[in-house]
Design a binder for this molecule. Structure first.
Ligand code: UGA
Length: 476
């Protein structure tokens, strides 16, 4: 089939390349000339494992091309996927729909044949219907067009895999023809047994927003439990493991730590809150405010714990930060919890050295203040504290003995709860994590070693260095 993909960000670039890979003739469209030039040359404009290979292969075999011309897109195909961004508005929690509206406004008058426009961007429920009216008002006489919705569930870092082997396909259509066209597009996946849910556009739009809200809720739930663990001496990792054995609950998205960030979960729950208010059902999803608050609190708790570990003085203390991106296997720093913590510590006067395997270029643009280091050892040199903020696998593989020879004091805050605590403590590190005891209690004696997290990082609450703490202020 011939199809276009309008918008070539994370979603669109991957969708275009994967649609070509399953045999379609694809034209990718974007207003950003630099992005289009890079893609046309087979270069992914962002880090995504597997994408460069799939791009190059399909450009070589002629099934994938790129353009900045909407007119060329209108001429090329009768099926257009819309993959442009829907960021949070600057003045409210709502999603900014100006990019999807611009696509419809630009494309509609250029269409000369009946067409199917399929939105994939995450949008508030009711958007397809509104866009359909907008489209109809701009079409040439005699030309008809349907707006359908086909939300995307890909995760950054696994985008190619998630697109080629999705766990479900959801389409919201208003005609059997649209359903048939979309079944044809995804025929290889349907043959492979991928569940296909065909519904109305409103339900399809809502599936996406509800899925991201559920995932965010799961993460904030376990982070709330981590706070209770800190107050009671319990261990949130063991708690999550035990909960996860219940197949009704499941272990995935139950990893406590610094919380969620990125270009999707935070803005999607806020846009959902805003849309529910408009629909007069704000109360039904008001719990999402709390989900957001719990999530933001993890950033503050991490700063508080860093403060406590440094004995209450941050000014001039050197802190190494491992990870700047919002998650591993991505170079995306949008609403990155790691960068938010880094920024707060810079503001409090600490001397920050940040390492990230792929995100340094984006981090440098997003946050000035820290020193960015291409090498982990360089970032950790003479550090009074190391913060593990994004769980890249290479950090799990670090040798705690070798690292202890580089830092000024072997203190580690594992804000992602993935480092081997016994190995790091065995190598002489003072290791702390959110929701986990400061020391490993002997079985059955957890209460004897109860830990207290400071109330706040506000100067008045500065904790004095713990008496007898062999690490407080001790130069290496
Ligand atoms: C998310 C959804 O997982 C995708 O299904 C969806 O398609 C996508 O948003 C989107 O709307 O486009 P993504 O933003 O790539 O995907 O990231 P996730 O893997 O969901 O992680 C989000 C954040 O949650 C990260 O900061 C991660 O570190 C954090 N997280 C995840 C936790 O703190 N704990 C967990 O147990 C899992």
């Amino acid at each position: 089939m011939r199809l276009t993909v309008i918008g070539t960000g994370y979603l669109g670039a991957v969708h275009a390349a994967c649609m070509a890979d399953i045999g379609h003739d694809v034209l990718g469209v974007d207003t950003d000339t630099r992005k289009i030039e890079a893609l046309a040359a087979g270069r992914a404009p962002f880090f995504e494992p597997g994408l460069p290979e799939i791009l190059a292969r399909n450009i070589r075999n002629g099934r994938l091309r790129f353009t900045t011309s909407l007119a060329e897109a209108a001429d090329f195909a009768d099926l257009h996927f819309v993959c442009v961004g829907t960021p949070q508005r600057a003045d409210s929690l709502a999603a900014d729909l100006c990019h999807v509206e611009a696509v419809v406004d630009g494309l509609a008058p250029l269409l000369t044949r009946d067409s199917l426009v399929v939105g994939k961007s995450t949008v508030p429920v009711g958007t397809a219907r509104a866009l359909s009216r907008r489209m109809a008002a701009r079409l040439r006489p005699g030309v008809d067009s349907e707006v359908a919705w086909n939300p995307e569930f890909l995760r950054e870092g696994f985008a190619v895999q998630d697109t080629l082997t999705p766990d479900r396909l959801v389409v919201g259509v208003t005609s059997p023809e649209a359903d048939r066209m979309l079944r044809d597009v995804y025929a290889p996946m349907l043959r492979a047994g991928v569940p296909y849910v065909s519904t109305d556009p409103a339900t399809a739009e809502l599936v996406k927003v509800a899925a991201n809200s559920f995932l965010a809720t799961k993460i904030s739930f376990i982070n709330a439990m981590a706070e209770v663990c800190d107050a009671s001496g319990a261990d949130v990792v063991t708690l999550a493991d035990a909960l996860g054995h219940d197949t009704r609950i499941g272990r995935r998205f139950l990893s406590a730590g610094l919380g969620f960030g990125g270009g999707c979960l935070p803005k999607d729950i806020r846009a959902f809150l805003a849309r529910a208010e408009e629909l007069q059902v704000g109360e039904a999803v008001s719990f999402l405010h709390e989900i957001d608050r719990i999530n933001q609190r993890q950033r503050r708790r991490t700063v508080d714990l860093a403060f406590q570990l440094l004995g209450g003085t941050l000014a001039g203390r050197r802190i190494a930060v491992l990870g700047a991106t919002f998650k591993p296997d991505s170079d995306d720093v949008r609403d990155s919890p790691a960068l938010a913590v880094t920024e707060q510590l810079v503001d409090l006067g600490a001397d920050l050295r940040v390492h990230d395997p792929e995100g340094l270029d984006n981090a440098r643009v997003a946050l000035t203040g820290p020193v960015y280091c291409a090498d982990v050892m360089e970032a950790c040199k003479d550090a009074d504290l190391v913060l593990h903020l994004t769980e890249w696998s290479q950090y799990r593989a670090l040798d705690p003995v070798a690292l202890s020879e580089v830092v000024r004091a072997p203190r580690m805050l594992d804000a992602r709860n993935v480092l081997d605590q016994a190995a790091w403590r065995g190598a002489g590190w003072q290791l702390r994590a959110l929701g986990r005891p400061a020391h490993v209690p002997p079985p059955g004696q957890g209460d004897a070693l109860r830990v207290t997290i400071p109330q706040s990082v506000a100067p008045a609450a500065c904790a004095a260095p713990a008496p007898g703490d062999p690490l407080s202020g001790a130069p290496k």
